[in-house]
Each structure stands twice: as structure tokens, then as C-alpha cells.
Design a protein around this ligand. Structure first.
Ligand code: 8DG
Ligand code: MG
Ligand code: MG
Length: 144
């Protein structure tokens, strides 16, 4: 049981794109444990969505974010075993400042490591929100 009344939180999550690939890492966290998820995290006081995305990308992968665009927003309640959370997630599409940068894993307690995965051949299992987006036909790539 939570001691205080839970409140909705805001997250910023990034589709970092390179060619036809997207950056994913297998989570080590109570929500979505062992699933492949996008980089991102909690919005901190005073941050813009882009500032939050760039900070989380640097903290989680050591990569420097380049241009970013707003994609979509979701509103989701997670009713995991002992943890109940409610997130409004802002999804951005981003490219790297330098496409030759290689992802690192500075938070090995939170992620098994990052890699590029072809959008047409994504790894399984995907984190639930990402899985739902993929199943609904969502495509983060710019229209050509
Ligand atoms: P921490 O340092 O507080 O442990 O984590 P964080 O990096 O700030 O937060 P996070 O748990 O990575 O992301 C915040 C929430 O965003 C997460 O608990 C659930 C939600 N979320 C989604 N989809 C995705 C996704 O694909 N990747 C990530 N990282 N979070 C997602 O709904
Ligand atoms: Mg983080
Ligand atoms: Mg995170």
C-alpha cells in the first residue's frame, strides 16, 4: 500500500531514430522489468520536454540528442503487482547530434544495455506502452 495518495506523473520518452532503426534497451525496473523500452524518464521541475528528453538520453545512454519533434502523448495507468502508477507520457522523435555516437550503459542497474533495432524486426517482449503503440500501427518515422 502507498502511504500517500498517488498522483499522475509526467514522463518524456524518445524514439531515437537512425536510418530504419530505433534505440531500445532491456529494462531493469519494477515497471516493465526485462522488456525492451525506449530511453526516457520523469520530467523535472522547470524542464521543457526537449530538455528532459536530452537529459534522460545523456544519463541513460551517454548520447547527445540532436533535433527533436513532438510525436504523441499517452495517458496510462499501470497496475503492476505492488506498484500502481499513472503516467502522462510525451513521446518525442529525435536524432543524434552526431550519428556516429555509440550508446553506452551508464545505469547498468536500470538497463541491460542499448542497441539499434530495425523497426520491421523489433525485439520481444516490448514494454507494454510501446507494444500497444506498435500493435495500433503507430510509426515514429517521418513521412517520406
Ligand atoms: P528513474 O531514474 O526514476 O528510475 O527512472 P526514469 O528514467 O526517470 O523513468 P522511467 O521509469 O524510465 O520512465 C518513466 C515512466 O515512463 C515509466 O515508469 C513508464 C513510462 N514509460 C512508458 N513507456 C516508456 C518507454 O518506452 N520507456 C521508458 N523509459 N518509460 C516509459 O509508458
Ligand atoms: Mg532516467
Ligand atoms: Mg528511464
Amino acid at each position: 500500500m502507498e502511504e500517500t495518495q498517488p498522483v499522475p506523473r509526467v514522463g518524456v520518452v524518445l524514439f531515437v531514430l537512425k536510418g530504419k532503426s530505433v534505440l531500445l534497451g532491456r529494462r531493469r525496473a519494477s515497471i516493465g522489468e526485462s522488456t525492451f523500452a525506449l530511453p526516457g524518464g520523469h520530467l523535472e521541475f522547470g524542464e521543457s520536454f526537449e530538455e528532459c528528453g536530452a537529459r534522460e538520453l545523456m544519463e541513460e545512454t551517454g548520447l547527445e540528442m540532436g533535433k527533436a519533434d513532438f510525436l504523441t502523448v499517452t495517458n496510462k495507468v499501470f497496475l503492476d503487482k505492488s506498484k500502481h502508477c499513472h503516467y502522462v507520457i510525451v513521446f518525442l522523435r529525435a536524432v543524434l547530434a552526431d550519428p556516429n555516437q555509440v550508446p553506452q550503459n551508464p545505469e547498468p542497474d536500470k538497463c541491460d544495455g542499448w542497441d539499434w533495432y530495425d523497426w520491421d524486426n523489433l525485439p520481444q517482449p516490448l514494454f507494454s506502452t510501446l507494444d500497444e503503440m506498435v500493435r495500433s500501427g503507430f510509426n515514429p518515422f517521418p513521412a517520406t
